[in-house]
Unconditional design. Structure first.
Length: 264
């Protein structure tokens, strides 16, 4: 056991150090030193738990603020950062977006691309006894060839009906199934298109309803909303077929005719 005198201790306190250990314990005898009061710890000052700023008067706070701001100068306006930096679209992207919109507008005006007649209020379509509504949409799409047409535009209602009757009789006897009836949009009529309404009435309420498979507004190339496609049957619907139970999905109105007309 080795005895040594610590130069920091006036009393010459002996500390014991073990020879056999390879571990260094510098504070091994600290407890003994504290108990013998050979080490004087600094005195601790009590701190108040409250915030020292809470006891200040408004005048004192103002004074402290001006003392803290002493020597501070405002930033020149030229060097200030705006509240909300304005975000601008780069010219190359803005020009591209404008050119695309202009291109769509040109195609719409010159070629009618991007304009769907079925989305307008003037569009009409309907199907006959127990015919699926998709047939009318296919008719409008041009899936059925048009074999004959008649132009009723400009005729009075009486003359137009006579021409309509003769045309359908001729179509039935000559086995013409796909027809085009031009009646105009009736834009000059004071209230509603007269001939257009009459054509739909003659197809759905008269004796020709037994012959009609479907009808729809024509495509733009064939007159658009001012003309109507008509698809006829090879033979009229028999009474037995017309009296099929009302649960049939295609029989939706009192006239056994499925009609669709926007704005009506």
């Amino acid at each position: 056991m080795v005895l040594f005198e610590s130069p920091s201790l006036r009393g010459g306190l002996e500390m014991k150090v073990k020879k056999s250990t390879l571990t260094y314990f510098p504070f091994q005898e600290i407890k003994a030193l504290l108990q013998s009061r050979q080490i004087q710890l600094p005195k601790q000052t009590k701190r108040s738990g409250g915030n020292p700023m809470e006891d200040l008067t408004p005048q004192q706070e103002e004074k402290l603020f001006y003392e803290a701001m002493e020597g501070v100068t405002p930033i020149p306006k030229a060097n200030r950062v705006g509240k909300g930096p304005k975000i601008t679209v780069p010219p190359q992207f803005r020009e591209k977006e404008e050119s695309e919109a202009l291109s769509r507008l040109i195609h719409l005006i010159q070629h009618g691309k991007g304009f769907n007649l079925m989305d307008t209020q003037e569009y009409i379509e309907g199907t006959g006894y127990h015919i699926h509504p998709d047939v009318a949409r296919r008719l409008h799409r041009g899936d059925f060839s048009i074999q004959a047409h008649i132009d009723l535009h400009g005729l009075r209602v009486e003359k137009a009906k006579e021409a309509f009757e003769e045309f359908l009789k001729w179509a039935v006897t000559h086995n013409k199934r796909g027809l085009l009836i031009i009646h105009g949009r009736g834009l000059s009529s004071p209230s509603e298109p007269v001939l257009k309404k009459k054509v739909v009435e003659w197809l759905t309420h008269g004796p020709w309803r037994k012959w009609v498979v479907a009808y729809s507004s024509a495509r733009k190339c064939d007159g658009g909303l001012g003309a109507t496609y008509v698809l006829l049957r090879g033979h009229p619907v028999t009474k037995r077929l017309r009296q099929r139970p009302k649960s049939s999905s295609a029989k939706l109105n009192p006239h056994s005719f499925r009609e669709k007309e926007h704005g009506s």
